[in-house]
Design a protein around this ligand. Sequence first.
Ligand code: DGY
Length: 440
Amino acid sequence: MQDQRQVAETIFKYALKAVEPAQLIKRAIRIDRHRLHCLDDIVELQDFNNIYVIGAGKASAPMAAAMEEIIAAKISRGAITTKYGHATPLQYIVTTEAGHPVPDANGLKGTETIKSILESATENDLVIILLSGGGSALLADIPLGCTLSDIQQCNELLLQSGADIVEINTVRKHLSTVKGGQLTRIAYPAKMITLILSDVLGDPLDTIASGPTVPDPTTFADAWEVLEKYKLLNKVPDSVLIYLTEGKAGTYQETPKAGDRIFERVSNYIIGSNHLALAFAREKAEELGYTVEIYSEQLKGEAKEVAKTIVSYAKEAYKDKSKPKPYCILAGGETTVTILGNGLGGRNQELALAAAIELEHQAGITLLSAGTDGTDGPTDATGAVVDSTTLFQAIELGIDGNVYLKNNNSYHFFRQVGGHLITGPTQTNVMDLIIVLIHT
Ligand SMILES: O=C(O)[C@H](O)CO
């Protein structure tokens, strides 16, 4: 019988390949003679004077590279902003590398370049926008009366506050003139096609990268409420409070809402998501002879608690004769870790370590938990694979898994015991995958 850890890794890597940004772009867009086909949009290229390509996000460079392969010299101008270390050589599209998750001066410069392109767009131009996770920090601007350091401080406070991404981006959208549908305001009446790689549970268009080409359902008052809810009103800089107060009073234009005519010529498409990665994981597992069950596409919550729930479910499935073996349970989403110790790790390694503890006396179950971006927490691993032998090996080495878990030190646990999954940065991010293989 093949090593189940290797099988789990094969399934994971297959799913990862399917959500490579360049593959996704090539699947979504093609040119046939003078026509550009993009999902529900078919446009005649000769109807446009210019084609502009802009983008922001951690995956925007490989997305842009694929666009260059497809439409090459037809691109009149282009600009993307990506995270430091995430650029790829491009010929027609200018790349800016900038700060993430907290915006920096380079992010501002990159956004100015993007804005200048959009300001020149007319109704006879086509703008293609490439968005992925990280876009909110990378598409950076400063509201009136604030400084970059005010906005950086506000972002840091929000990121540490426990607010979820919908809440964080509600504030970000209202401290910006480009997020929350506002790029569309600048480019209107150009034809806009936005291609999006989702890193948010449920793929909410208005939240991913702060939805710069999507109607925004949130308001200045909502942004204020988020700061209030997380007790940040007396922590964020005064300039931020003044801006939001004036925004609530109507001094600044609200973000554009559904029904606004500026969205008439805009198409937003999710081209890659956790759902898609799970579909490919299922395909591979079935090809390898597994009966597959998708346990959840919305996995969230404390990593070690999620581990307990999934392992207990897997133990039931192991005993359940109505579930044909070999059996595969798949889950997708993004868990969180409340850091109480001072160790090194990430949510996937923590989940895998907690699962290893639960699997101590349970043969026949292998669990892989890994992030699709190639980095789990501040480590070079993207996750780990465990089974009933993991804790046994740890005990042999005199390592107490519970101590490592308590200290949020999953990285050093797997470093010594083995089980790390290391892919290197993948340039994609559609959250995490959990693959559980059951054999009797
Ligand atoms: O950039 C962002 O807002 C997050 O990555 C969610 O898309």
